[in-house]
Design a protein. Structure first.
Length: 189
C-alpha cells in the first residue's frame, strides 16, 4: 500500500478510535466513521469491511505500539520505567478524556462479535506480559524493587481497567489519576 493509502487508513483509525472512546463499540456505525474521517463510504469500505474490522485494527495498532515500546526498552534506547510511565499516563489520560473508555468498548466488542472475545483475551494477555516484562527490566536496572512481578503487573492492569469501567458511572478526575499513579509507583519501589 502506498503512502496515500496508509495516510487514509490512519485517518480512518484515528477517527474511529475517537468515536469508540466517546460512544462505545456497539453505538458506532460505518456511517459515523465516514463522517468523522471525512471519507466516502466507498473510500472506507476499500480499507475496512465492517466496524469489527476497524475495531480490530485499532487494537492491533495499540498492541504494535506497545510491542515497539518494549523493544526500545530491551534495546536500551529508553529506560523501562519511562516506557511504563508513558504507557500508564496514556491509558489514564484516555479515562479522563473519553466518555466511554477503550476497556468498555473492548468489553462490548468481546460480547458482540464472533472473534471479539478471543481478540480481547489476547490483548489483555499481551498487555499483562508487556507490563510484567517492563517491571522485570526495571528491576534489573535498579529502577524498581518489585518483589512479586506477576502479581504487581496484574494489579496495575486491573487498576487501569477498573478505573476505565467505573469512569462511565463515577467521574474520574485528573487528581484521582495522580493518586493512582503515585500508588502504582509505590508498588514498584
Amino acid at each position: 500500500m502506498g503512502a496515500k493509502g496508509l495516510a487514509t487508513e490512519k485517518r480512518i483509525l484515528d477517527a474511529a478510535e475517537k468515536l469508540f472512546l466517546e460512544k462505545g463499540y456497539t453505538a458506532v456505525t460505518m456511517k459515523d466513521i465516514c463522517a468523522e474521517a471525512n471519507i466516502s463510504r466507498g473510500g472506507l469500505y476499500r480499507h475496512y469491511s465492517s466496524t469489527a474490522v476497524v475495531f480490530t485494527a485499532i487494537i492491533e495498532r495499540e498492541q504494535s505500539w506497545a510491542l515497539a515500546s518494549l523493544k526500545c526498552a530491551k534495546d536500551g534506547e529508553i529506560s523501562p520505567d519511562k516506557i511504563l510511565n508513558v504507557y500508564l499516563e496514556h491509558r489514564m489520560n484516555n479515562i479522563v478524556n473519553s466518555t466511554f473508555g477503550i476497556d468498555n468498548a473492548i468489553a462490548e466488542f468481546a460480547m458482540n462479535t464472533e472473534n471479539g472475545k478471543a481478540i480481547a483475551q489476547k490483548r489483555a494477555k499481551d498487555c499483562l506480559a508487556i507490563v510484567e516484562e517492563l517491571i522485570r527490566m526495571g528491576n534489573a536496572k535498579k529502577k524498581f524493587n518489585c518483589k512479586d512481578v506477576k502479581a504487581t503487573a496484574r494489579q496495575i492492569c486491573w487498576i487501569i481497567e477498573g478505573m476505565c469501567k467505573h469512569s462511565v458511572i463515577i467521574p474520574i478526575t485528573k487528581s484521582d489519576i495522580e493518586v493512582q499513579m503515585k500508588l502504582i509507583k509505590r508498588m514498584l519501589k
